[in-house]
Design a protein around this ligand. Structure first.
Ligand code: KPL
Length: 301
């Protein structure tokens, strides 16, 4: 039985991955930019074969109501993307932001005060092979919540069934911070040195850089009250580096494709937090500036 109808805004690798998982358990529609081509399906490459999965697609400009919206765009696209479907949201709609970095949920909450905004983070990954065409990259955990909300939202049951594993987190901000801290260590370094994640564990100079980035980020985490991250960051970052050794990080992919990066929402948010507590974080600051320079060079005006 279909209890709910999810619209997914942002048909990149993660959007398609979640569309594929959710459609088996609940009504699911992908929202596309007007004019984007589609055959109401996505293609998923498995170990040995490709599967075509029927999923209805709808253009953002259409008028049918959206009651439950999962946003999987790049961080810098969230506000424009939401604006493009704002006329379809009704009072009390659910918005789940599954976006890298932090700092957006507050802005979205202020702007869409008549809707309920949740956050999600996942370690599940997928590679985008083309438009609506992905290859899943191994299983991962998804965490969903709204800070201090102890009881899962009614729609969460379908997520729990569809995604393995998927947990409700009443301290989702700590989970988002933890992922952010790991990303501040891996993403800008791999983007700058144009290397896959594994190199950070192999080259001594990069190992040392990772260690000092972890020290700075741990100090900031501690000041901001994110104790678990403060205590475990180095070993957690090293574990992610090992587990994703052959990955090219999302920031490296952005730089190589000439796209903007999510640096403002990742390292930028870390540095804003550092400023609040009077912490200097020179290594993170230097990386932030270097990525900004690199963006200016690569992004055509
Ligand atoms: O989240 C990632 C990213 O690339 O954005 C990591 C964990 C670093 C994996 O590549």
């Amino acid at each position: 039985m279909h209890h709910s109808h999810w619209h997914i805004l942002g048909a990149g690798a993660i959007g398609c991955l979640f569309a594929q998982a959710l459609q088996a358990h609940t009504r699911t529609t992908l929202v596309l930019r007007p004019g984007a081509t589609h055959d109401d399906c996505i293609t998923v490459r498995g170990e040995s074969a490709e599967t075509v999965i029927p999923i209805p697609c709808s253009y953002s400009s259409e008028r049918t109501e959206i009651n439950q919206l999962l946003v999987t765009t790049k961080a810098y696209d969230v506000e424009d993307a939401l604006h493009s479907v704002a006329h379809r949201l009704r009072a009390g709609s659910t918005i789940v932001l599954m976006v890298n970095g932090m700092g957006l949920a507050e802005r979205v909450r202020a702007r869409y005060a008549q809707h309920t905004v949740f956050s999600a983070t996942t370690t599940a990954g997928a590679h985008r092979l083309g438009h609506l065409h992905i290859r899943p990259a191994g299983r991962g955990e998804t965490r969903v919540g709204r800070q201090h909300q102890l009881q899962p939202a009614p729609w969460f049951e379908a997520w729990r069934e569809a995604l393995d594993p998927c947990v409700w987190d009443d301290d989702i901000d700590s989970a988002l911070w933890h992922k952010l801290a790991v990303n501040t260590v891996i993403n800008p370094v791999t983007a700058l040195y144009r290397c896959n994640n594994g190199q950070l564990a192999e080259q001594p100079a990069l190992q040392a850089l990772v260690a000092s980035l972890c020290r700075e980020a741990s100090q900031i985490s501690c000041a901001a009250g994110y104790t678990r991250t403060a205590q475990t960051l180095l070993s957690q970052a090293q574990a992610v580096i090992r587990a994703t050794a052959s990955n090219r990080s999302s920031m490296l992919q952005d730089i190589e494709a000439g796209r903007p990066t999510e640096i403002d929402y990742i390292t930028g948010y870390l540095l804003k937090t550092a400023d609040r507590f009077g912490i200097v974080a020179p290594q993170h600051r230097a990386l932030f500036n270097a990525i900004k320079k690199s963006e200016e060079r690569h992004i055509a005006p």
